[in-house]
Design a protein around this ligand. Sequence first.
Ligand SMILES: [Cu+2]
Length: 107
Amino acid sequence: MKGSARIHGGRGVATVLLLLGLLASASSALAQTPLADGQVVRIDQSAGKITIKHGPLKQFDMDENMTMVYRAADPAMLAAVKPGDKIKFAPDRVNGQFTVTKIERAK
Ligand SMILES: [Cu+2]
């Protein structure tokens, strides 16, 4: 039938998985920002702050490479990384403060 949305083979499966993934991330408020690449410069665990060197983050009008301090949404997550580590992190703005809501070591 003309105009019907027929799903073909593997591509259709990939599309469905992609949609499921989008739905899953949409349901989690913290997953709205994609993970950015960065490198840990400094960690101040007692203050719950981490200094990260990272590339442009257009969503925050950061147009070039920079090194800046982020608040950790949960100071405990700073224990998983150390200065020099390459990381993937989720930057967000919480109450006007740049905040990292997720950090993982880049593989
Ligand atoms: Cu920045």
